[in-house]
Write a protein that binds this ligand. Structure first.
Ligand code: AMP
Ligand code: ZN
Length: 139
């Protein structure tokens, strides 16, 4: 994956503000943060989609991300953090090496997720739940 910017960061070809690494994951500051301390946790293996990351690596990403969230909260004296993952262009994924965002949050940080709240028509909720369950493939 020679052209992948995050693989280059892991290999040290592009500089990064590293917070943590182990044999499975690498964590560094996002260069254009929502709030200072905004961090990206990435698998060392190149995966475009989170769905192909082996479970033990995905689990490590989540574990490290949530611990970094706690560390940032304490260090920056903030109130919470969001974990965010964009999978696919339509979801806003720009860098095609799967990554988990850790966004430290303050109560008055003036950042609002643009999260709408639709209402299901009668029966639609049960229909979608059943259809999704039918297509779900887990190993
Ligand atoms: P996404 O939209 O989820 O694909 O997020 C990609 C993120 O990568 C963005 O928030 C960028 O600011 C961040 N990013 C891109 N290049 C770099 C880099 N060289 N170092 C740190 N963060 C980067
Ligand atoms: Zn990569």
């Amino acid at each position: 994956m020679n052209n992948c910017i995050f693989c280059k960061i892991i290999n040290g070809e592009i500089p990064s503000a590293k917070i943590y690494e182990d044999e499975l994951v690498y964590a560094f500051l996002d260069i254009s943060p929502i709030n200072f301390g905004h961090t990206l946790v990435i698998p060392k293996e190149h995966h475009e989609s989170a769905s192909t990351i082996p479970e033990h690596i995905a689990g490590r990403m989540f574990h490290v991300a949530s611990r970094i969230g706690i560390a940032l909260k304490r260090e920056l004296d903030l109130d919470g953090y969001n974990l965010h993952l964009a999978d696919g262009l339509a979801a806003g994924q720009v860098v095609m090496h799967a990554h988990l965002h850790v966004v430290p949050r303050g109560v008055e940080d003036d950042f609002h997720w643009n999260w709408r709240q639709l209402v299901y028509p009668e029966g639609k909720m049960a229909e979608i739940a059943a259809a999704a369950a039918g297509r779900l493939k887990l190993d």
